[in-house]
Design a protein around this ligand. Structure first.
Ligand SMILES: *[C@@H]1O[C@H](CO)[C@@H](O)[C@H](O)[C@H]1NC(C)=O
Length: 398
């Protein structure tokens, strides 16, 4: 159906479409695949983008690939033990990592505003969390910020983080770590601002994260404040008190054994949540979601690495030099950041901007989606989140 709709679009404006398409393939490794978003509001170009990057912020981890699932589970047992010194014992000095990494990215425009004919000035740079890939932002009709943003006049850039989905899967311990991923995001934002993708220059970048993607967003705002004009944190709060329960609930499994058909070639450094029950406990709030979308999330569940696990929050520091507006959005029943109740003891979105963005300006905002769990984009009412985010940007002149 999506292809048919696209064919209709092509037939109705073939010359207008083909000229920019053929003359500005820059940035992608091969001719980008043209598709429509889930709800048909955006037209998207996707493919691999080679990102050359150096980070000095990784951590040398004195940690070897676990031999098998028993060893994986025991690492989490050690991590969760009351007197654990695991993290201190394996954390080495800062490490420099350089390379060219292929990142699978999707750049979407409001339908029929093709580059470079009509370019929205603002691109929403959206970073998914753990357990998902970029499809988190364009999950299903009615559950798509890519659609909602396009309808509101925004371009969107989504990508599979390093080690996820169709992006490269390098060394899961020393390479795929949170700091390197911040530097990859920075490089991608520079490409968007400089017109390196499809010859389209964006003058404004609004970053939006979910969960670990929000942690990444804070890292970018902190280290590269000039990269972004607005920050939208979703599925994020300041409390880490349920992290232990979360990592126990994940019941982490070797990706290559749990999903051999999808991940059989990956090393023992790549993990997935162990079961649909793990996903429900940590990401969903029953019964406030569509069972089909729950199954879709489980069937498409994505990996995380030991390198990420041990460096997740290393990039978090107050973004003292970021002067733009901040939006904080969470599901009322987010388990990971609120242990299931984001109104207890008081609104958990309220202190975030003050703590992490002391110089924020403009019209900062917050929103709690009633009845939603952590993966709020795939819960009932997700469209309220999207409307809120887009209104937040409009209220800030973006
Ligand atoms: C897991 O690997 C360790 C170390 O090689 C080995 O001693 C143990 O027997 C293995 N356990 C299973 C269940 O295969």
């Amino acid at each position: 159906m999506r292809n048919f709709a696209l064919a209709t679009v092509l037939a109705s404006g073939a010359s207008a479409l083909t000229i920019p398409l053929l003359s500005s393939l820059t940035g992608f490794q091969t001719i980008p695949v043209l598709s429509l978003s889930q709800g048909g509001k955006a037209q998207c170009y996707s493919g691999l983008v080679a990102v050359q990057v150096t980070t000095t912020g990784n951590t040398q981890l004195n940690f070897n690939l676990p031999a098998n699932q028993s060893a994986v589970t025991d690492i989490f047992t050690q991590y969760l033990t009351s007197t654990s010194t695991l993290v201190q014992s394996l954390t080495g000095p800062d490490a420099t990592v350089s390379g060219t990494f292929n990142i699978h990215a999707k750049l979407c425009f409001p339908l029929l505003s093709l580059p470079p004919l009509v370019t929205p000035p603002t691109v929403q740079f959206l970073i998914h969390g753990i357990g998902f890939d970029k499809s988190y932002w364009d999950f299903a009709p009615g559950y798509s910020q890519v659609d909602a943003a396009a309808a509101a006049g925004y371009a969107t850039f989504t990508y599979d983080r390093l080690g996820v989905g169709q992006s490269d899967h390098p060394d899961a311990i020393q390479v795929v770590q949170s700091p390197l991923e911040v530097d990859i995001a920075h490089a991608l934002i520079q490409m968007l601002r400089g017109g390196a993708l499809l010859g389209t220059k964006f003058s404004k970048v609004a970053i939006g994260g979910h969960s670990f993607g929000s942690i990444q967003s804070i890292g970018i705002a902190s280290r590269y404040p000039a990269d972004i004009d607005a920050v939208m944190l979703t599925g994020f709060g300041l409390s880490a008190s349920a992290f232990g329960l979360t990592f126990a609930g994940f019941n982490a499994a070797l990706a290559n054994k749990n999903q051999p058909a999808r991940f059989g070639a990956l090393s023992n450094g790549y993990l997935v949540t162990g079961s649909p029950q793990s996903n429900q406990l940590t990401f969903f709030k029953n019964p406030n979601y569509d069972a089909g979308l729950f199954a879709q999330a489980d069937n498409n569940k994505q990996t995380f690495t030991f390198g990420e696990f041990f460096t997740l929050a290393k990039v978090v520091a107050p973004a003292a030099a970021f002067k733009g507006p901040v939006d904080v959005v969470i599901g009322q029943n987010d388990f990971i950041f609120c242990q299931g109740d984001c109104l207890s003891p008081s609104d958990q979105t309220a202190p975030v901007a003050g703590a992490l963005f002391p110089a924020a300006g403009g019209n900062s905002d917050t929103f709690i989606l009633p009845g939603a769990g952590h993966a709020l984009n795939v819960h009932y009412g997700a469209s309220r989140v999207f409307a809120h985010m887009n209104n937040f940007l409009k209220n800030n002149g973006l």
